[in-house]
Design a protein around this ligand. Structure first.
Ligand SMILES: C[S@@+](CC[C@H](N)C(=O)[O-])C[C@H]1O[C@@H](n2cnc3c(N)ncnc32)[C@H](O)[C@@H]1O
Length: 177
């Protein structure tokens, strides 16, 4: 996160991550026995700092788990490196307020602009490839008609259980050579 000055927007409550152990209490020190977390969830901290300091604790709860946009993703269009809208949406919510301007100089098919417009911000973009501009405008048009499919923000990632029908490690790979 880079800011132009010390005056910037950061709406922490809009991007808190639910605690893995919400009722956890301090087990030593002067706060012993008091609940250690914030009921609204925690600050999505810096990954590198977090992995060093909390390696043994709950580091995975602090990483934003957002699937990338591959073929079966509801947002997939013809762009080779499309962002998931949710990725930008979290930044828009945290770093801007309603009515603020969001500008993406490398707008591609408009994922950042969609994230901004969805959340009542103004959106501007520039993009080199006309075909991506066209797709972006189409997506924005659909958004305005409430017909654009986006993966809902904070939707949990599906993890198959052992009984689910998914590809398994082939038997020949299990053979010890
Ligand atoms: C990583 S992609 C962005 C994808 C976008 N976040 C999305 O979800 O669609 C970068 C985009 O920047 C565009 N681009 C590269 N150089 C540019 C330039 N000088 N001015 C405007 N767009 C540029 C590319 O055509 C490409 O679509």
């Amino acid at each position: 996160m880079v800011t132009k000055s010390d005056e910037y927007t950061f709406n922490l409550d809009d991007v808190r991550i639910p605690s893995k152990y919400p009722g956890k209490r301090y087990f030593k020190g002067e706060k012993r026995g008091q609940i250690s977390g914030n009921p609204k969830g925690k600050n999505p901290e810096d990954v590198w700092e977090m992995t060093l300091e909390r390696l043994v604790d709950d580091w995975d709860a602090q990483i934003w788990e957002i699937p990338n946009v591959k073929n079966n993703h509801p947002e997939k269009v013809a762009h080779p490196c499309q962002f998931p809208v949710e990725l930008v949406e979290r930044c828009v919510l945290a770093l801007t307020n309603e009515g603020d301007i969001v500008y993406d100089p490398f707008a591609g098919v408009g994922s950042s602009l969609i994230a901004a417009l969805k959340n009542n911000r103004e959106a501007y973009g520039s993009e080199l490839e006309q075909s991506y501009v066209d797709i972006g405008l189409e997506r924005i048009e659909k958004l305005s008609e409430d017909a654009l499919k986006t993966r809902p923000i904070y939707k949990k990632i599906w993890v198959p259980s052992p009984n689910d029908k998914v590809a398994q490690i082939p038997e020949e790979w299990r053979k010890v050579t």
